[in-house]
Write a protein that binds this ligand. Structure first.
Ligand code: GDP
Length: 315
């Protein structure tokens, strides 16, 4: 994975020096840990996360039982793998949470440009493929183009879009729901109407795209909170661009406090910028990463498994 390839190279060279050794001395372990620390910091992983991570590795590596199956170097790699998995998953590897009584409501939150609208299409496509009947909802009324953009995405994915513009989507109008009387400027009302519409038309999953700004914006956070409170989503997914660097942690914390999201989606994992900051997000917020987005195409999207990601990084 391009985003983490340099981290992968650095970690693998940190381990290489251990391989020639039989028993590891404290100095050997400390030397390796220093290299791991530098590799993680250079990849932009948050300082606090690196400190806790290397502390645990040191403690475990020094106290490691002698294993018949693994040589000392393998043992260190295996400890790093386990600890990296723990960081990436906040101790959790869970699927998307579906409602007992449909529709399942999924709300997307994040900065502008994070990849929310693109993700809405991917999620819709993925759910449809799995036999669900998703509906996309355009509750980003901040950007003039956002509604049209979601409509384009929905069309590409073959998933209908509930949009407020011009008195909502033609389907909604023909169903007599969300009539032109719906205030096209009120995303909370749009979200509410979309749930009624989904119930009537038997859509089993509703994916609500919300507005994002370039920086944290209290007004928009309050708006996202109002949408949340109005529709009580089963999942609130915080979408974060893996390339945003050290800002990832502050942004994630702000959205965590702002909307108390339930899961994280890492987007643009295909980029070649340092993606380490995004690796800190689960650890810092205690919320699991559920998906990763790996390109602009509809299928460039994966269910996230901390264990597999950890293996890829350490490959
Ligand atoms: P939003 O403002 O959060 O809705 O973000 P968009 O969905 O509009 O995405 C912003 C830009 O990032 C668009 O040009 C997308 O095509 C692009 N994008 C979204 N997800 C990915 C991804 O996983 N990889 C890459 N390379 N580009 C992406």
């Amino acid at each position: 994975m391009a985003t983490f390839s340099s981290l992968t190279d650095r970690l693998s060279s940190a381990f290489k020096n251990l391989r020639s050794k039989g028993k590891l001395s404290e100095a050997d372990i400390d030397g390796t840990i220093r290299e791991i620390r530098r590799a993680l910091l250079d990849a932009d992983v948050a300082v606090d996360v690196v400190r806790a991570f290397t502390g645990r590795i040191r403690e475990r590596a020094l106290g490691a039982e002698v294993s018949d199956a693994l040589n000392p170097a393998q043992q260190v790699v295996s400890i790093v793998h386990e600890e990296l998995t723990a960081i990436l998953g906040a101790g959790v590897d869970r699927p998307l949470n579906f409602a007992k009584n449909p529709p399942t409501i999924i709300m997307l939150a994040g900065l502008q440009g994070a990849g929310k609208t693109t993700l809405a299409g991917k999620l819709g496509y993925w759910l449809k493929d799995a036999g669900h009947t998703p509906l996309l909802v355009a509750a980003d009324l901040q950007r003039p183009n956002a509604v049209t953009q979601l409509e384009v995405v929905g069309e590409r994915a073959g998933v209908p879009v509930f949009a407020p513009e011009r008195g909502v989507s033609s389907e909604a109008v023909s169903a007599g729901l969300a009539t032109p009387g719906t205030d096209a400027g009120d995303p909370v009302q749009v979200a509410r109407d979309s749930i009624d519409f989904a119930r009537q038309k038997m859509y089993d999953t509703v994916i609500i795209d919300t507005a994002g700004r370039l920086g944290i914006d209290e007004e928009l956070m309050a708006q996202a909170r109002s949408i949340r409170d109005a529709v009580q989503p089963d999942e609130i997914l915080f979408v974060i661009d893996a390339m945003i660097g050290q800002d990832a942690v502050t942004t994630a914390k702000a959205f965590d406090e702002g909307v108390d999201f339930t899961g994280v989606v890492l987007s643009k994992v295909d980029g070649d910028a340092r993606g380490g900051a995004a690796l800190s997000v689960a650890s810092v917020t205690g919320k699991p990463i559920l998906f990763s987005s790996t390109g602009e195409g509809l299928k460039d999207f994966e269910v996230f498994h901390p264990d597999r990601m950890s293996s890829r990084i350490l490959d």
